[in-house]
Design a protein around this ligand. Structure first.
Ligand code: FAD
Ligand code: NAG
Ligand code: NAG
Ligand code: NAG
Ligand code: NAG
Ligand code: NAG
Ligand code: NAG
Length: 536
């Protein structure tokens, strides 16, 4: 652009922006924003092919490609007025700079697995910075590290590690289509948690684009900001470009099993024992429990089914001896055990036939999608048998709720509660996840199922943490409270912030206030800035 044309052009732009401020969805504002994007990205990487507006024929499919909760795939959910599918870091930098210049709300999406759709919806006009194109995974077995970009999915991370080494892995989530950007910045746990801790306990470095559009690494961002984006959620602090991960060692043969018991098969007694065993058993062993309501043997009756799903970092012989010694009530048999590679165990955990080609982990489309609602809780004392029976009664009455219990202990209890923003460490026996899944559209139906999870959550009150009642940040739950976008909402933010982060919330707020005082990086449950009258 020649110097002589610059000035008049600029003032024309500013005028257009001013006139269109109340409604950023107007096309003149789009155009100035789009021209700003073009102006601020690297000439070697044209940004125009990354810009999708509603008039583009691919707009809907780009938007829907990473909607992982069908509850938000409908006509009444507000759509973005633009999606930027960044192809290069300079596109991210341009988005951050231009969005602030034009006072636009930006949502960041990597894998789109946010339970509340926070990465791709909003109550007011917004655009999406979509990260799925930035997804390189580089594994270096010599240094036992991997550099993974935010748009990679966990399946790609696991596959690429295993391609280089059968005895290395990374402790992260069990669902292979979850995105690195949201998962790791929000904590990230999986079935090696009792042995190796969370994903964030194994992060060495990170790259982030900050509010000034600078690309920073751990050294240049400083330890505070690095700490914040290892569990405090990336979206409050910047755009995570990549993480450098410390790989962990796994044996060539691991063992998995899945064993179900109904109430008639002593499920209550077995689960009662599980509470005492699972959080303290050998760190190589992780036994998840899934509880659902199924038809009873007599027609018209219902019962509760408790399914034990395990990951053991060793062979079946050692597993059986540990189980015989510590948890004979389950009655685990050799024939229940499947010995396999660590990579194939990922298939097992996500309900894919274990004999399927492992390349299926590179598939970015989930096996199935549902309408869903999730909530969470933490349990610190075993629940009595009477308590368990009361829960069964409630679940049989509600019918369509599911509980997941994920045992803690082991490495999780050794890491100090302030080492990362994730605060739920020693003293927690397990985490509860509440689920409702359904298969049909409709707001009333959604309200019905959401209400079921709230009822069960309410019923659990006597058995779970209180003051605060804790929740897992990666299990986003807007029932805990929201801040209203655009306002400085410290008081609102404190409500959910303390449930997710307990004592670490204050440090997150201080860091937020330092790195993003104007609260550009915000969403329904982001970390608020300190009110101006309060000193950090
Ligand atoms: C089927 C399923 C299985 C799951 N299993 C597990 C599990 O085993 N363990 C576990 O810990 N969690 C699990 N989760 C929860 C999951 O970890 C979180 O939903 C996580 O935030 C998803 O990351 P994402 O990138 O896919 O999501 P997105 O929806 O893209 O993002 C989630 C949040 O992170 C922000 N964000 C995304 N990318 C970036 C970025 N690059 N920079 C800054 N902010 C960013 C978004 O703005 C949003 O606020 C599961 C979720 C689903 C739907
Ligand atoms: C383009 O960028 C330059 C600096 O990189 C800036 O001076 C100029 O005002 C920008 N023009 C527009 C239209 O944003
Ligand atoms: C939609 O966007 C893509 C990518 O930028 C572009 O190739 C295509 O021509 C656009 N289509 C329309 C109808 O604008
Ligand atoms: C999402 O909604 C669109 C538009 O109604 C529909 O075409 C698409 O099939 C839906 N996606 C899924 C996975 O159901
Ligand atoms: C249930 O427990 C009782 C007593 O502990 C035992 O006799 C019975 O065999 C068990 N039933 C099953 C199905 O395991
Ligand atoms: C359970 O029973 C109900 C009727 O009571 C029936 O409609 C349903 O199909 C049954 N479900 C299964 C999985 O058998
Ligand atoms: C898995 O696939 C194999 C080969 O196709 C088949 O023999 C086996 O029955 C399948 N197992 C399950 C549990 O579906």
């Amino acid at each position: 652009m020649g110097g002589s044309t610059k000035l008049p052009l600029l003032s024309l732009f500013s005028l257009a922006v001013l006139l269109s401020l109340p409604s950023p969805s107007s096309s003149s504002s789009h155009n100035t924003f789009i021209r700003c994007l073009a102006n601020h990205s690297a000439p070697s990487h044209p940004i125009t092919s990354a810009i999708f507006t509603p008039t583009n024929a691919s707009f809907s499919s780009v938007l829907e490609a990473y909607i992982r909760n069908l509850r938000f795939n409908n006509s009444y959910t507000r759509k973005p007025y633009l999606i930027l599918t960044a192809l290069h870091v300079s596109h991210v930098q341009a988005a951050v700079i231009c969005a602030q210049k034009h006072n636009l709300l930006m949502k960041i999406r990597s894998g789109g697995h946010d339970y509340e759709g926070v990465s791709y919806r909003a109550e007011r006009p917004f655009f999406i910075l979509d990260m799925f194109n930035l997804r390189s995974v580089e594994v270096d077995i010599d240094t036992e590290t991997a550099s993974v970009q935010a748009g990679a999915i966990l399946g790609e991370v696991y596959y690429n590690i295993a391609k280089k080494s059968k005895t290395h892995a990374f402790p992260a989530g069990v669902c292979p289509t979850v995105g690195v950007g949201g998962h790791i910045s929000g904590g990230g746990y999986g079935n090696m948690m009792r042995k190796y801790g969370l994903s964030v306990d194994n992060v060495l470095d990170a790259q982030i684009v900050d509010v000034h559009g600078r690309l920073l690494d751990r050294k240049s961002m400083g330890e505070d900001l690095f700490w914040a984006i290892t569990g405090g959620g990336g979206a409050s602090f910047g755009v995570v470009i990549s993480y450098k991960l410390k790989l962990v060692r796994v044996p060539e043969v691991v063992t998995v099993f899945q064993v179900a018991r109904t109430l008639e098969q002593n499920a209550t007694d077995i689960l009662y024992k599980w509470q005492h065993v699972a959080p303290s058993i050998d760190n190589d062993l992780f036994i998840r429990v899934i509880i659902d309501v199924v038809n009873g043997t007599q027609s018209g009756t219902r019962t509760v089914r408790v399914t034990f799903i395990a990951m053991f970092l060793g062979d079946s012989k050692r597993l059986l001896s540990i189980m015989k010694e510590s948890f004979p009530e389950l009655g685990l048999k050799q024939s229940d055990c499947i010995e396999t590679s660590w990579l194939q165990s990922v298939l097992f955990w996500t309900n894919i036939n274990i004999t399927s080609p492992v390349e299926i982990l590179l598939d970015r489309t989930p096996q199935s999608l549902t309408y869903l609602k999730r909530k969470s809780d933490y349990v610190k004392e075993p629940i009595s048998k009477e308590g368990l029976e009361g829960i069964w009664k409630k679940m049989i009455h509600l019918k369509d709720t599911i509980l997941y219990f994920n045992p803690y202990g082991g490495r999780m209890a050794e890491i100090p509660a302030n080492a990362t923003p994730f605060p739920h460490r020693a003293g927690n026996l397990w985490k509860v996840q509440y689920q409702a899944n359904w298969q049909e559209a409709g707001k009333e139906l959604a309200d019905h199922y959401i209400e079921l999870t709230r009822k069960l959550h309410k019923h659990m009150t006597p058995y779970v943490s209180m003051n605060p009642r804790e929740a897992f940040f990666n299990y986003k739950d807007l029932d805990l409270g929201i801040n209203h976008n655009g306002k400085n909402s410290y008081q609102e933010g404190r409500v959910y912030g303390v449930e997710y982060f307990k004592d670490n919330f204050d440090r997150l707020v201080r860091i937020k206030t330092q790195v993003d005082p104007s609260n550009f990086f915000r969403n329904e449950q982001s970390i608020p800035t300190l009110p101006p009258n309060r000193k950090p």
